[in-house]
Ligand binder design. Structure first.
Ligand code: MG
Length: 160
């Protein structure tokens, strides 16, 4: 039976931080603030995958109070989500995500993001959708105060 999950994440844009989305370091004047590398896209995908199996969210597995995850690459979190799914007898069918960022322009980096996510999850790149949109200047995303990401995932599980 195929299960679906949803994930959402947001991090604030601040100075003196790298901007990392989908494991790609993107040249920009600001980066995302957070305990780990603050890769909101990977975090949203993690929560979608975990949510599909009714598992707790990413913060449960990787608390932001744990110094081990300080500046950690979020690829580790995706690899762990993939491991949890395999332990539960699941198989990731596909992942689809949208990044909401007023700037910078993300389109040139989408393919590389897909490659990183496909490698971390061990599924073909064709099963990963990533889109980017601005927020038409509206709200905190439009004011460039933060970047948000939303994701869905489907996981095939043999139910008992
Ligand atoms: Mg996060």
């Amino acid at each position: 039976m195929v299960h679906v999950g949803i994930g959402y994440d947001v991090h604030a844009l601040v100075e003196n931080r790298k901007l990392i989305l989908g494991g790609v370091e993107i040249p920009h004047t600001k980066g995302l603030d957070g305990h780990s590398d603050a890769d909101a896209l990977m975090h949203a995908i993690c929560d979608a995958l975990l949510g599909a199996l009714g598992e707790p969210d990413i913060g449960h597995f990787f608390p932001n109070t744990d110094p081990r995850w300080k500046n950690a690459p979020s690829r580790l979190f995706l690899e762990e989500a993939s491991r949890v799914i395999a332990l539960r007898g699941g198989r990731i069918v596909n992942v689809d995500a949208t990044v909401l960022a007023q700037e910078p322009r993300l389109y040139p980096h989408i393919h590389q993001m897909k490659r990183h996510i496909s490698e971390a999850l061990g599924i073909p790149v064709e099963r990963i959708g990533i889109k980017a949109t601005t927020n038409e200047g509206l709200g905190f995303v439009g004011r460039c105060e933060g970047i948000a990401a939303m994701a869905v995932a489907s996981v095939d599980v043999v139910d008992q």
